[in-house]
Write a protein of this length. Sequence first.
Length: 166
Amino acid sequence: MFSKTRVTENQSQQPASAPKEAEAYNAPAPERAGENVVPTAPRGRTTPSVLSSDLTVVGNIKTEGDIQIEGTIEGDVRAHQLTVGETATIKGEIVGDDVVVNGRVVGRVRGLRVRLSASARVEGDIIHKTIAIESGAHFEGSVQRQDDPLANGGGTKKLAPPAAST
């Protein structure tokens, strides 16, 4: 992969030539005729960040990208696409455009598209635009549809029943 193109004959001048060699190693490879050039990935959403199963985070997590959580989070999580792995436990609110729950969530779930897989365990309210709940998922809470579930505050609250007059 690395090749040295020129060897200096005079070893006493090596410190002077060392920066040139370093530049040669750091310089991009010249394009060759007939070689396909692969463009670099655009900035933004490439691969999701992954929090492994042996990781515990106490605090909030916020990203504009995608995230896959396999560990334990004690705090709120906000992301574009949020995947809660089967080994994950989140105690807090989760918010995302796309939310896929395979593990355990204790807290509110807000998302444009929310999906609870068969292995999901959710204890809390779900505010969504569209929702899919697979057979076998455990869910304890209320479900509310909103056109903009990502708006801060979770939208309008339900009115209390009228008080009985005596």
